[in-house]
Design a protein around this ligand. Sequence first.
Ligand SMILES: [Zn+2]
Length: 147
Amino acid sequence: MRRLSVRTSPVHGRGVFALSDLVSGELLLEYKGLHLTWREAQRQHARSRAEAGHTFLFGLDDGSVMDGARGGNSARWLNHSCAPNCEAEQDGTRVFIRAIRPIEKGQELFIDYRLTVEGRRTAAVRRMYACRCLADACRGTMLSGRR
Ligand SMILES: [Zn+2]
């Protein structure tokens, strides 16, 4: 039985939604994509500005990223929230999405992207990764809190 579906999100573009009630701690899906260094990802991101607005990049612990736009699955439509109901677990270079709260049928799934950028966070970089989530605790960026 399918537990998740992709459809238009009130937060941004498309999103991933629960088709049934999900239990906290439940493993939901794997985040698939091409494994890239941050620099490679930045170059490609700049090249594909036409698609800008949806970030398919997922930051790994070592600063590299998964590019869900290539070789990705429906997990690439997970929107960012500063108060997420899911969390990404890294196992080597594989990433799994797990519920960290009970999620009701129909609710959108969110993760905290925690993207890391190399070099200075210029105004352009900050704009590119500005957060549009509706959380009270929104920190205004999809980048990690680390400076
Ligand atoms: Zn936010």
